[in-house]
Design a protein around this ligand. Structure first.
Ligand SMILES: Nc1nc2c(ncn2[C@@H]2O[C@H](COP(=O)(O)OP(=O)(O)OP(=O)(O)O)[C@@H](O)[C@H]2O)c(=O)[nH]1
Ligand SMILES: [Mg+2]
Length: 358
């Protein structure tokens, strides 16, 4: 278990003016290790101790199922009535439409699913409502299946992942979870404390890095791009596999902050032309249909390559994945179903559908 900080203040309005990484910052800690970072003023926090082995937990499938219980309850209760028996008729399709919309699948995905289910019903010659469940599961699986595209970090070193998203979406906690996930696969990880708007954000990331044997690159000053630049240079110097770059939360409507994050991406490209390899938008599942707008705006600004959907455990809006698949199908790399370190895993469409219905 771990927890970062909970704050929800918006960053200041003024983006940094230069495209050149700042070097006039103060070190916040002496490096504990021999090789210096590319910018001497940047603090490097060396790994300190490994975290103790956590107690045995339920399997991921169990946790996914538990995490999706609110959505499943909502869907399931309504669908149980529908699938209970009787004939497949227009009334039934009407009710199904309402149920799908209530689970936050959105109009487009709902209409798509209804059409697809109808086709399956007529193709398979289904008559009984009890048989509809299988058809719906298959339709949903076909719809969200294309979002299942696990990250492939092979051949790129360091592989640079840049996080983006609104305040409180779960960027920083997801970075912690991903760091552990990649470490468990034998990869070395370095974190860039790119949320430079809040001192607490930096301190928490540093503290977490120390506890978990992960190097964190941080600066006391406020230039996120510079931190990311230094982190990539440090990762190159040390032969690190993966750089996870945190950024401050921002709303898509805060245009100056959207410009600032575009600059972060450009500066990352200066450090390593092929980077960032992954621009990941972190979405809080509780926002439901607003996710579509966030994907659209962040995609236009940054060219998203992947999504993380967090907090599925706290919401009945898990159907939003269908809406994303239909309206803005950016690969869904990971889903989060809780606050503990193992509660973030690669998205698997079939597991997701099963957890939702069974
Ligand atoms: N229940 C639950 N809570 C989560 C999940 N992911 C993140 N959280 C919680 O959400 C809160 C905000 O997470 P952060 O990682 O700080 O969010 P952030 O996007 O970095 O926020 P800012 O830095 O303010 O932009 C924390 O309390 C996390 O523990 C999840 O999958 N499930
Ligand atoms: Mg954060």
């Amino acid at each position: 278990m771990f927890s970062f900080f909970k704050k929800k203040s918006a960053p200041p309005a003024t983006p940094a003016s230069s495209e050149t990484p700042a070097t006039n910052t103060t070190a916040i800690a002496e490096p504990h290790i021999a090789d210096a970072p590319s910018t001497p003023e940047t603090a490097v926090i060396a790994p300190v101790v490994a975290e103790a082995v956590p107690p045995k937990k339920p399997s991921w499938t169990e946790r996914l199922k538990a995490g999706l219980s609110k959505t499943r309850d909502k869907l399931g209760k309504s669908l149980a009535g529908l699938f209970g028996g009787g004939k497949i008729d227009e009334d039934l399709y009407d009710e199904l439409e309402t149920v799908l919309l209530t689970a936050d699948m959105g109009v487009d995905a709902t209409l798509h699913l209804l059409k697809d289910v109808r086709e399956r019903v007529s193709l398979r010659g289904l008559k009984d409502a009890a048989e509809l469940k299988g058809a719906l599961k298959d339709s949903l699986n076909d719809l969200i299946g294309p979002l299942e595209q696990p990250l492939d970090i092979a051949g790129r070193k360091p592989y640079v992942i840049m996080m983006a998203g609104v305040n409180g979406a779960g960027k920083t906690t997801s970075i912690g979870k991903l760091a552990k996930y990649f470490q468990s696969q034998g990869k070395s990880v370095l974190l860039a404390a790119g949320d430079t708007f809040r001192a607490a954000a930096r301190e928490q990331l540093i503290a977490w890095g120390e506890r978990n044997n992960v190097t964190v690159i941080a600066q006391q000053s406020g230039d996120s791009a510079a931190v990311c630049f230094d982190a990539i240079k440090a990762a190159q110097a040390r032969g690190i596999d993966i750089v996870l770059a945190d950024t401050a939360g921002r709303l898509p409507t805060q245009l100056h902050l959207m410009e600032e994050i575009k600059k972060v991406k450009r500066v990352i490209q200066k450090a390593l032309p092929e980077a960032p390899h992954e621009v990941m938008l972190v979405l809080d599942a509780n926002i439901g249909q607003n996710a579509i707008n966030q994907v659209k705006v962040f995609d236009e600004a940054l060219g998203l390559t992947g999504l993380i959907l967090t907090k599925l455990d706290g919401t009945a809006k898990g159907g939003v994945i269908a809406a994303i698949a239909k309206q803005n199908p950016v690969p869904l790399r990971f889903v989060g179903v809780g606050e503990s370190i193992d509660d973030l895993r690669p998205f698997n469409a079939r597991d997701y559908v099963d957890a939702l219905f069974d």
